[in-house]
Ligand binder design. Structure first.
Ligand code: SF4
Length: 496
């Protein structure tokens, strides 16, 4: 049977579906503690929402398989208003929506309870858009209800962590430049999942941001390395790999290719890959294959100057939709001995604390001026813009724009690493690059996901050791940026 979780995984990574179905389970990594926390939070939140309902409901969540399905059908036949934890099937499709809600006399709409925001956030271009992995699950429920003759309307819903009901319009175009609807996406995904299940279509692993939390990480990474897969080139990705791999099956093949024979004017033989992009990937492939390769500058570097530098990093919890930590490593006159760490950590995951720490961090920045602020990727700026909207009395819109003006603040990833440098590494994450330069984190398991898990445990237990672990990790992230900046300043410009 094709289930909602298969579609959810497929949207994240098609290979995950094939691995879950056909790979030896003994090769799985242990469940990541953050993923475990997501499950636990999801279950707790679902229970909170359900027990807080002030309307009667039919509770089927403790039943399994055929029994669950039979009871769901009975509840639908009786016309029960709200069914919690049911099971519906049609043909090769099976869904277990958290909620089935009667809508007039027409039938049922399905919904899920999610312990996160019901829509995308955290990046300016995606803010407020539907989450595609949620949409695929909701579309499957709707498909089953329609095939069974129980559907009412085409707008399933999410009950999210903010207590909102977010409806998903499956038929609307996704945007002015993308006429495809979420339903179109679902149909394509379903078709491909069917091909994967029947082994008519085979997939390959692809190195990407999803991998580090996936239980197949070790198995896939070994295979990627053995096959010298193109996705181990930073930013190349699955889609471009699939387009290019019949000509360049390996990084070695790309590194040794006569590139210009694939370029015609302002086009290449590869859809979605322009000449500049192809040359860039070719250089990265060469760098990976060159023994003793060193990173280099592609162009001269001009950075704003100030006696005081602030290396700034935030931590956020997507489950509670809260920014719980603003951390700074402050350095004066380029002297590492002057470094000190300043942190604004929310003592509880509440809006009051979030606002207080945001205001504290802003006061600290103002008191530190003149200074240059370094951060890594647009996330800090995006979150501060969102916090500013949420707490307008803390700072004005002009102040937040001025703060992140490139004359005062440097996004090391977007302003420096991507446009100005090349590295013989598989990605450009701060962990990878600072580690390449010899920096090591004090924690044995440093990651933003782990920090979220520690924050949950600290706010529940009050354990000072866990608090310190959160702060140490954030301080190390800030220091890693300083190490990276120094490393970049030492790089030589390489022509061509
Ligand atoms: S490790 Fe990466 S490529 Fe492999 S299944 Fe997981 S997400 Fe997909």
């Amino acid at each position: 049977m094709i289930t909602a979780s298969m579609l959810y995984n497929f949207i994240r990574c098609p290979h995950r579906v094939a691995m879950d179905l056909f790979e030896n389970p003994a090769l799985k990594d242990p469940v990541n503690p953050f993923v475990q926390l997501l499950w636990e939070r999801g279950n707790c939140f679902e229970e909170e929402v359900i027990t807080g309902l002030d309307v009667p409901y039919t509770d089927l969540h403790l039943y399994y398989g055929e029994e669950k399905k039979r009871r769901t059908m009975d509840a639908i036949a009786r016309g029960d208003e709200l069914i919690y934890g049911g099971r519906i099937t049609a043909g090769d499709l099976a869904g277990e929506p958290d909620i089935l809600r009667k809508q007039g006399s027409a039938g049922y709409v399905a919904g899920d309870i999610k312990s996160g925001a019901g829509e995308e956030g955290g990046s300016e271009e995606n803010d407020g858009k539907p989450k595609k992995h949620y949409a695929a699950q909701l579309a499957l429920y709707k498909d089953i209800l329609e095939r069974s003759g129980f559907a009412a309307g085409r707008t399933p819903f999410i009950w999210d962590v903010h207590g909102r009901e977010v409806t998903y319009d499956l038929d609307a175009p996704q945007g002015p430049r993308n006429p495809r609807s979420l339903w179109n996406e679902y149909e394509t995904a379903l078709e491909t999942v069917r091909l994967l299940v029947s082994r008519t279509e085979l997939t390959l692993p692809a190195y990407g941001s999803e991998c580090k939390l996936c239980h197949w990480y070790t198995a896939c990474r070994r295979r990627l390395k053995e096959s010298d897969d193109l996705t181990l080139i930073p930013e190349l990705g699955r889609t471009r790999r699939n387009t290019m791999m019949s000509y360049f099956p390996t990084i070695g093949d790309l590194a040794h290719a006569d590139l210009e024979s694939f370029i015609r004017g302002n086009k290449t033989d590869f859809r979605g890959v322009g000449p500049d992009m192809l040359r860039k990937f070719h250089k990265r492939a060469e760098l990976q294959k060159q023994p003793g390769a060193r990173p280099y500058l592609k162009d001269k570097l001009h950075l704003p100057e100030a006696d005081r530098e602030l290396f700034f990093d935030i931590e956020t919890d997507p489950m509670r939709d809260i920014c719980y930590l603003h951390g700074f490593v402050e350095r004066s006159n380029g002297d590492n001995r002057t470094e000190r760490y300043i942190a604004f950590l929310a003592s509880e995951p509440s809006e009051g604390e979030e606002e207080r720490q945001f205001a504290g961090a802003w006061d600290y920045i103002k008191s530190s001026r003149p200074c240059v602020i370094y951060y890594y990727s647009a996330y800090e700026r995006t979150v501060w813009r969102m916090l500013r909207k949420k707490y307008p009395r803390v700072m004005s819109a002009d102040e937040v724009e001025d703060l992140f003006d490139p004359g005062r603040s440097v996004d090391l990833y977007h302003h420096v690493i991507r446009p100005k440098t090349e590295w013989p590494t598989h990605d450009f994450s701060i962990k990878t690059l600072a580690s390449y330069l010899g920096f090591s984190w004090r924690d044995s398991n440093p990651s933003g996901a782990a920090s979220i898990e520690w924050y949950h445990r600290w706010t529940e237990s009050g354990d000072p050791d866990i608090r310190q672990r959160i702060l140490d990790y954030n301080e190390d992230d800030c220091t890693a940026m300083r190490v990276l900046l120094e490393g970049v300043r030492k790089l030589r410009v390489k022509d061509g």
